[in-house]
Design a protein around this ligand. Structure first.
Ligand SMILES: *[C@@H]1O[C@H](CO)[C@@H](O)[C@H](O)[C@H]1NC(C)=O
Ligand SMILES: *[C@@H]1O[C@H](CO)[C@@H](O)[C@H](O)[C@H]1NC(C)=O
Ligand SMILES: *[C@@H]1O[C@H](CO)[C@@H](O)[C@H](O)[C@H]1NC(C)=O
Ligand SMILES: *[C@@H]1O[C@H](CO)[C@@H](O)[C@H](O)[C@H]1NC(C)=O
Ligand SMILES: *[C@@H]1O[C@H](CO)[C@@H](O)[C@H](O)[C@H]1NC(C)=O
Ligand SMILES: *[C@@H]1O[C@H](CO)[C@@H](O)[C@H](O)[C@H]1NC(C)=O
Ligand SMILES: *[C@@H]1O[C@H](CO)[C@@H](O)[C@H](O)[C@H]1NC(C)=O
Ligand SMILES: *[C@@H]1O[C@H](CO)[C@@H](O)[C@H](O)[C@H]1NC(C)=O
Ligand SMILES: *[C@@H]1O[C@H](CO)[C@@H](O)[C@H](O)[C@H]1NC(C)=O
Ligand SMILES: *[C@@H]1O[C@H](CO)[C@@H](O)[C@H](O)[C@H]1NC(C)=O
Ligand SMILES: *[C@@H]1O[C@H](CO)[C@@H](O)[C@H](O)[C@H]1NC(C)=O
Ligand SMILES: *[C@@H]1O[C@H](CO)[C@@H](O)[C@H](O)[C@H]1NC(C)=O
Length: 406
């Protein structure tokens, strides 16, 4: 098949169907950053048990700092500066003595434009006896005592950090709880130099302004045969966080089969402008196995965000953020009625993207576009070009001499 014809067919198809046709890589948002990663900046001891992995992503005129932290509740923070030489400074003496406030700074402080954090605070488990998968309508007595993630002991990041691929995995558990004894909650962090997609489902689209957390709950012994889980997360932002999560239509393609929606929770300047400064974004799907097949997908839902009066229980978040900044909390509820309970696979995973500026937008993949173009666009292209050709041909046949008179 002539590639020129495919391209023009695709173009016509996009025009006709008003599709968002910026598929493939290397298109318009081909923004790259120079990314480097370090563990525990400024700390000389190899293991201090309160790790912070720092990613510095330098753009042409700015820097994005991502901080993935393991003190108390696990957290991911983002700081955007308008300087390409800003850096992170930690006063370890102050931090380790519990004097958090101000012990983590991004300097020069005048260059900071925007900062935000997402913190995983709690895991709820309930006995879904009636199989409604609706924690808001089950009897309160169906809830088991929650897992407080701030009380977990987190493994050293040192063992899992890969400074080359800009990834790190944090796993934790509370050993004093027998049903947690062989299980763990893990968070895999990745930062990116440019646009791309994760190879594992839900294969979220990312770009150089985002980082991703893949969260999973593995091998926890459920406290009932009908147990389902709810993950509570909290978010802090230097800008105003929207009071609701937006759910946008998305595309069902080979990257995330059968999922037609994408959820995003954005921050904007408080002057009511529509500009988006930062976001968290996810697809409303979780997976029930580590190497999921189609049938291992299970939907998830979110609650509306609720304002809370305190910063989340993370030492590093309290080190970076002043008191008085808004914190919101929301729940991600896994599964729907009729889907298998946790006991069947003892596994659940979910992914979330956090980033600066506008959230990445899904578009049809090149493969799908090509198939559609060949199937639908080509006949159209032939008709249109056929028509144009005929006109040109006719025009050439016309006698010359109809010059405009000036
Ligand atoms: C990333 O952020 C930079 C700086 O704000 C901006 O210029 C660029 O367009 C953004 N790129 C994407 C893909 O959002
Ligand atoms: C970076 O800053 C310089 C001067 O301050 C400006 O001319 C240039 O357009 C900026 N580049 C980007 C990508 O914002
Ligand atoms: C670090 O904090 C300690 C105690 O809070 C303080 O005495 C010290 O001056 C600080 N160091 C720096 C370099 O700011
Ligand atoms: C906590 O930090 C502040 C400011 O750095 C300092 O003035 C104070 O002495 C510190 N307190 C302790 C107990 O280290
Ligand atoms: C960075 O932002 C600050 C205020 O947010 C501003 O005063 C400063 O001029 C900016 N610097 C550059 C290089 O744009
Ligand atoms: C299950 O449903 C029954 C009947 O609708 C109701 O009485 C009961 O409270 C429900 N149980 C739970 C745990 O929600
Ligand atoms: C386990 O949780 C309990 C309370 O929920 C807490 O007191 C304890 O310190 C935690 N243990 C560990 C090892 O984190
Ligand atoms: C991890 O710890 C070992 C010593 O325990 C140290 O040699 C190594 O440099 C550390 N790795 C990183 C990435 O900090
Ligand atoms: C980091 O990842 C790269 C690519 O997967 C691999 O070649 C390298 O061995 C890894 N390094 C460490 C320290 O695990
Ligand atoms: C944890 O795993 C070990 C070895 O696989 C097993 O002997 C033990 O019974 C398990 N503990 C629980 C609480 O299931
Ligand atoms: C899980 O719970 C269901 C419902 O009570 C039960 O029928 C099933 O046998 C359990 N499966 C496993 C693997 O324990
Ligand atoms: C999250 O779920 C728990 C348990 O159902 C509930 O107590 C809490 O109010 C929920 N939080 C929000 C923000 O909806």
């Amino acid at each position: 098949m002539d590639s020129g014809l495919v391209q023009s067919s695709t173009f016509i198809l996009c025009l006709l169907l008003r599709l968002h046709c910026t598929s493939g890589y290397g298109d318009e948002d081909d923004y790259r950053r120079k990314v480097s990663m370090e563990l525990n900046p400024g700390q000389t001891e190899p293991s201090v048990g309160v790790d912070v992995a720092h990613v510095r992503a330098v753009g042409s005129n700015d820097t994005l700092h991502f901080l993935f932290c393991s003190h108390e509740a696990p957290a991911l923070m983002l700081v955007h500066t308008n300087s390409s030489s800003s850096n992170v400074h930690i006063n370890w003496t102050a931090f380790l003595s519990g004097n958090y406030s101000g012990s983590l700074r991004v300097e020069p402080e005048s260059s900071v434009q925007f900062s935000s954090a997402v913190v995983f605070t709690r895991l709820w488990e309930y006995d879904d006896m009636n199989d409604t998968a609706d924690p808001e309508h089950v009897a309160p007595s169906s809830f088991f005592p929650s897992y407080e993630l701030k009380d977990f002991s987190w493994k050293d990041l040192n063992a899992t950090v890969n400074l080359t691929t800009h990834t790190a995995t944090l796993c934790g558990r509370n050993n004093s709880k027998s049903f947690m004894s062989n299980g763990s909650l893990c968070l895999a962090f990745s930062a990116f130099e440019s646009r791309g997609r994760d190879s594992v489902w839900p294969s979220l689209l990312h770009n150089a302004n985002s980082s991703q957390l893949h969260v999973w709950l593995d091998n926890v012994i459920p406290r009932s045969n009908q147990s389902r889980f709810v993950l509570e997360l909290q978010s802090v932002s230097s800008a105003e966080q929207k009071g609701q999560v937006d759910v946008l239509k998305s595309i069902d393609d080979e990257y995330t089969p059968s999922i037609f929606k994408v959820s995003q929770w954005v921050s904007s300047p408080s002057n009511a402008s529509s500009e988006i400064l930062g976001y968290t974004q996810w697809k409303p799907v979780a997976y029930r196995t580590a190497h999921p097949k189609f049938e291992d997908a299970t939907p998830c839902r979110h609650s509306d965000p609720v304002l809370v009066s305190q910063l989340p229980p993370s030492g590093w978040v309290r080190a970076l953020f002043r008191d008085g900044l808004q914190t919101s909390t929301l729940n991600i509820t896994f599964s729907i009625a009729g889907d298998p309970f946790y006991n069947v696979t003892n596994y659940l995973s979910w992914s979330v993207l956090m980033g600066l500026g506008n959230p990445p937008q899904d578009s049809f993949s090149s493969l799908v576009l090509t198939i559609m173009a060949v199937g639908l666009g080509t006949p159209l292209a032939l008709i249109l070009f056929g028509g144009v050709g005929a006109c040109v041909f006719k025009k050439k046949q016309q006698p010359q001499g109809y010059e405009p008179i000036n």
